[in-house]
Design a protein. Structure first.
Length: 401
């Protein structure tokens, strides 16, 4: 306890010093610094030590398995969220059996497990196109052995089924998944810029939607009265009687090629909640997500984290809080899509609203800060190069589990 008190006092002093200096030092060029959010109210990520876009993590058998878009959907394994990650294999052993989008390079997988079977929902599309499909593959092992590709669940743009509403007006990308906590009924969520995010009931085998001719679709989010509706990458979680719909808002990628959007228009992570799995969902201000609502949970910050999104939430248990994980660009590393980094933070719930925590916490409820990862960057940004910095090691013994 003594040790951590001293450290916290030291850190508080450093943070106070750092804040006394403007955040834009000579480190950032004047042009670039104008596009960075410099808020320091949002904690920095715990570093995941993997380059990934749209990460998807499953905890199984005492290990973390991370799935990512790429040739045939790659997946990795680690003992903790900070890695090191070792590649286990790919979900598809060749191109997808679906003839849509880019068959060899699926995007944004979401994997769930039921009674020993893993279901990986994957997207086939190409950038800026509504000509997309969501498919599913299954396996009973996460050891690199081949999965079974069951092919298409939904299509938009063209192909069989794409003429059925709402596939006519939506975009079949970025699958996520939720079960009704009371009934176990499963739902597929999907969507992007084209009329934003939708939800459709799945059949009992989870390999197709329940009713392809009449999908019983519910719209979850929408930005009305606009032609540009940058909401995508949905996730749905359940916590203590609420369903949370999460999504990424803003410009996701190609910052190095197409330049920076206006400050705040880059990717950030938003949420709304409902007591019912099918909504309607409201944000913290009581605004409907169907009316453009969505509370920002994680955004660009400290001049270091840019355009976080592509998120998921790992459910916690009695000893470990929920984890929000996502990709972000580290402005001191670079802005290409390939340079996106895995980051994660523990969550607490403030009146039932998820809030990102600083550092690695051990106990939910009474929130214990075991580490303040922000101070490195604060010091760098404030130009305090000359101070000798010794990274704080986490003394787990200080914090009862
Ligand atoms: C994660 O696991 C690796 C390998 O076992 C270990 O070296 C590292 O300290 C662990 N990190 C955390 C944050 O637990
Ligand atoms: C599909 O993805 C593969 C692998 O990334 C790439 O080599 C190929 O050029 C892509 N095809 C199209 C049509 O974009
Ligand atoms: C789970 O799988 C086992 C083995 O395949 C099977 O015997 C059991 O009936 C399954 N349970 C449920 C609830 O489906
Ligand atoms: C088109 O989709 C419907 C509904 O999923 C399916 O029953 C039918 O077999 C499909 N037709 C073709 C040609 O794939
Ligand atoms: C948005 O559109 C809806 C329906 O068309 C309309 O009722 C509402 O007044 C519009 N809101 C604004 C702010 O323009
Ligand atoms: C959610 O489902 C679990 C298992 O069926 C049950 O124990 C729990 O009470 C449910 N929670 C709520 C809030 O309904
Ligand atoms: C909670 O989850 C963590 C991993 O996130 C695991 O190490 C721990 O054993 C779990 N505890 C319980 C009580 O299930
Ligand atoms: C950002 O990148 C720098 C340089 O590689 C590294 O020192 C720092 O830890 C990174 N921070 C985060 C939050 O990724």
């Amino acid at each position: 306890m003594y040790r951590s008190t001293v450290l916290l006092l030291l850190l508080a002093a450093l943070v106070a010093l750092a804040r006394a200096r403007p955040a834009s030092s000579g480190l950032l060029t004047p042009t670039l610094s104008q596009v960075y959010e410099t808020t320091d109210t949002i904690p920095l990520p715990n570093v995941g030590n993997l380059q990934v876009h749209d990460p998807n993590v499953v905890y199984w058998n005492d290990h973390y398995y991370l799935f990512k878009g790429g040739v045939h959907v790659l997946y990795y394994k680690a003992a903790n969220m900070s890695g090191p990650w070792t590649q286990v294999g790919t979900v598809l052993d060749g191109d997808s059996i679906i003839h849509q989008g880019n068959r060899s390079r699926p995007w944004a997988p979401t994997t769930v497990e039921r009674n020993g079977t893993f279901y990986c929902f994957y997207t086939l599309s190409t950038h800026g196109s509504q000509n997309s499909a969501i498919g599913v593959a299954t396996s009973t092992k996460l050891d690199g052995s081949p999965w079974t590709d069951h092919g298409v669940m939904i299509r938009t743009g063209q192909g069989n089924g794409s003429d059925v509403w709402p596939f006519t007006i939506s975009n079949a990308i970025d699958a996520s998944f939720i079960r009704d906590n009371a009934t176990g009924k499963a739902y597929l969520n999907y969507g992007s810029y084209w009329h934003d995010i939708w939800q459709i009931p799945l059949s009992d085998d989870w390999l197709s939607i329940e009713s392809p001719e009449k999908p019983d679709a519910k719209q979850l989010t929408f930005i009305p009265n606009e032609t540009f509706r940058p909401e995508e990458g949905s996730w749905m979680s359940y916590h203590d009687g609420y369903y949370y719909v999460w999504f990424s808002h803003g410009k996701c990628c190609s910052f190095d090629v197409r330049g920076f959007p206006a400050r705040g228009d880059e990717y950030n992570i938003r949420v709304g909640r409902s007591r019912a799995v099918r909504g309607p969902f409201l944000d913290r201000d009581g605004k409907l997500l169907l009316d453009g609502g969505g509370t920002i949970v994680y955004a660009s910050n400290h001049g270091l984290v840019y355009a976080p999104g592509g998120l998921g939430v790992l459910p916690g248990n009695s000893s470990t809080p929920d984890i929000l994980y996502y990709h972000y660009l580290n402005t001191s590393i670079g802005f290409t899509d390939e340079q996106a980094q895995l980051g994660y933070n523990y969550l607490k719930y403030d009146n039932g609203w998820p809030v990102v925590l600083d550092g690695i916490t051990i106990k939910s409820g009474a929130v214990t800060i075991a580490r303040l990862p922000g101070w490195w960057s604060l010091m760098i940004l404030s130009g305090m190069w000359t101070l000798i910095v010794v990274p704080v090691s986490v003394n787990m013994g200080d914090f009862p589990c």
